[in-house]
Design a protein around this ligand. Structure first.
Ligand SMILES: *[C@@H]1O[C@H](CO)[C@@H](O)[C@H](O)[C@H]1NC(C)=O
Length: 147
C-alpha cells in the first residue's frame, strides 16, 4: 500500500512537472530568458507580477466564469486569447501553445508567451500589476539576488 502511494506520488511529479520558484531563482531565470527591460518592463516588475499572479507557482490556475476561460502558470496566461486548453469557447491561441505547457517547471514557454502579451497589450494586461505593482517601490523583489 505504502509502495503504491509512493509510486503514485512519483508518477504525479513526473506527469505534472510543476514547481514553486524561490524569489531570486525566478529573478535569475527571468533575466536569463531576456525579461529584464523587455518592452521597458523591469525585472523587479516581472517578479512582482509573478508573485501576485501565482505566488511563484508554475501550476497555479484560475478559472474565469464570465468567459469560461482559465489563467495558467507563473504569469497566469489566459486561455481565451493566448494558449489552448481545448475547453475555452471562442479561444484563439495567439501564442500557439498548449496551456498545460505553461504550467511546466521550465518557464520558457510561459515567458515567450508573456513577451507576446506585453508586446500587444502592455504590462496593464496583468491585473496583479495594476493592483500590486504599479506605482510601487519594487526594489525588494530583486534585492539580494545579484541580478
Ligand atoms: C504551432 O505549433 C506547432 C507545434 O509546435 C507547429 O508545428 C506549428 O508550425 C505552429 N504554428 C504556427 C502558426 O506557428
Amino acid at each position: 500500500m505504502k509502495t503504491l502511494l509512493i509510486l503514485g506520488l512519483l508518477l504525479l511529479s513526473v506527469t505534472v512537472q510543476g514547481k514553486v520558484y524561490e524569489r531570486c531563482e525566478l529573478a535569475k531565470t527571468l533575466k536569463r530568458l531576456g525579461m529584464d527591460g523587455f518592452k521597458g518592463v523591469s525585472l523587479a516588475t516581472w517578479v512582482c507580477v509573478a508573485k501576485w499572479e501565482s505566488s511563484y507557482n508554475t501550476r497555479a490556475t484560475h478559472y474565469n466564469p464570465n468567459d469560461k476561460s482559465t489563467d495558467y502558470g507563473i504569469l497566469q496566461i489566459n486561455s481565451h486569447y493566448w494558449c489552448n486548453d481545448g475547453k475555452t469557447p471562442g479561444a484563439v491561441n495567439t501564442c500557439n501553445v498548449s496551456c498545460k505547457d505553461l504550467m511546466h517547471k521550465d518557464i520558457s514557454k510561459s515567458v515567450a508567451c508573456a513577451k507576446k502579451v506585453v508586446s500587444e497589450q502592455g504590462i496593464g494586461a496583468w491585473v496583479a500589476w495594476r493592483n500590486h505593482c504599479r506605482n510601487k517601490d519594487l526594489a525588494h523583489y530583486t534585492h539580494g539576488c545579484g541580478v
